[in-house]
Design a protein around this ligand. Structure first.
Ligand code: PEP
Ligand code: MN
Length: 361
């Protein structure tokens, strides 16, 4: 007799696979769309978990807000045919109950829910005593504490398998991205949760198809454990997030084109060379800190001088001149304007704080 695996076992294996690939439509729309997507995703041979939104939190009312509970039956059917575990977003206790009633294998908490501790607690309470893996997206605003808080609430409810999804952060005005990746926040979140599954969501970061590949590659280069990418049998006709979805076939090509990196390699030569380069970096970092410390001492002298002459700390013209000068120099050194701006902003703030202490002491 052939022992068939239970869906729980299949889900455990999927959760443990690296890279972990989750894909499926932004929203379940029709039974036919769900079934066709599922089969095409299975044909890629690269998808571990199938996602589909059943209840859609849209920014404005009037857009498609999800097919609701009847879509859960379609997912069950899709899973029967493909054997691929399914994942659904939940935002309320009722949605958790419904999803579990239909044996959804993996749940995720969306960005608009993670921002709200009441909602996260509501979901967490409904999860008490349940054994289901839960993925938690970052909140829409760049606030790590909210994200960490959501992880704590779900963990306190007794959920053992928690994963993180980095889907970028909302920012005002038009940028290249729909949601700015702010990779440094993802890196910090990962640092604070060593060993926790951490995947990237290029679809909601990009909001468009043409830059998905680049963002996915960046995520893999930053050692993410996997990707969640939206796919649709007819992306342009999708009822939600049409611009960012790709066909399952395109997903397959994209994943094949990614340069998968390994975290380490068992080579003494590699480790010795890396160690040498890292020592150089440490040395330079020490020197940079030394120099910045000296720069602050000069700022304090300027502060003393301004104090004696009763002059304001901030001198806008001088600040613009410093930035202009730095852009020109930085350009020659291969440093981006974005970096120069961030670096000088930080140095300037520190400098103002030092002057402030001198002037108001
Ligand atoms: C989604 O995954 O379709 C979704 C609504 O994402 P987010 O919560 O990241 O906006
Ligand atoms: Mn979406």
């Amino acid at each position: 007799m052939v022992a068939t695996k239970t869906m729980k076992e299949v889900t455990q294996e999927a959760w443990a696979r690296r890279p972990l690939i989750i894909s499926g439509p932004c929203s379940a729309e029709t039974e036919e769309q769900v079934m066709k997507t599922a089969v095409q995703l299975q044909e890629t041979g690269k998808v571990d978990i199938m996602r589909a939104g059943i209840w859609k939190p849209r920014t404005r009312p009037g857009s498609f807000e999800g097919i609701g509970t009847k879509g859960l039956a379609w997912l069950q059917k899709a899973r029967e045919i493909t054997g691929i575990p399914v994942a659904v977003e939940v935002a309320t206790a009722k949605q958790v109950e419904d999803a579990l009633h239909f044996d959804v294998d993996v749940l995720w908490i969306g960005a608009r829910t993670t921002v709200n501790p009441f909602s996260v607690q509501d979901v967490a309470d409904a999860l008490r005593g349940v054994e289901v893996p839960v993925l938690i997206k970052n909140p829409i605003n760049p606030d790590l504490e909210l994200w960490i808080g959501a992880v704590e609430r779900v963990a306190k409810a007794g959920i053992k398998q928690i994963g993180l999804i980095h889907r970028g952060f909302s920012s005002y005005g038009n940028t290249e991205y729909r949601n700015a990746p702010m990779w440094h926040l993802a890196i910090e979140m990962k640092r604070r949760h060593p060993g926790m599954l951490f995947i990237n969501d290029p679809s909601h970061i990009c909001g468009r198809r043409d830059i998905l590949q680049d963002v996915a590659q960046t995520a893999i280069d930053l050692d993410f454990d996997g990707l969640i990418i939206e796919s649709h049998i007819d992306p342009d006709k999708a009822w939600s997030d049409a611009k960012q979805q790709i066909t399952p076939a395109r997903l397959g090509e994209m994943l094949s084109a990614i340069r998968w990196r390994r975290e380490d390699v068992a080579s003494d030569e590699y480790h010795a060379n890396l160690e040498k380069l890292r020592q150089q970096i440490n040395q330079l970092d020490d020197e940079l800190m030394q120099i910045i410390g000296e720069r602050m001492k000069i700022s304090e002298k300027i502060g003393q001088y301004k104090k004696e002459n009763n002059i304001t700390i901030l001198q806008t013209n001088r600040w613009n001149a410093i930035l202009e000068r730095a852009f020109k120099k930085g350009d020659k050194l291969g440093l981006s304007q974005e970096f120069i701006t961030k670096y000088f902003d930080a140095v300037h703030m520190e400098s103002i704080n030092h002057q402030n202490k001198v002037m108001n002491s």
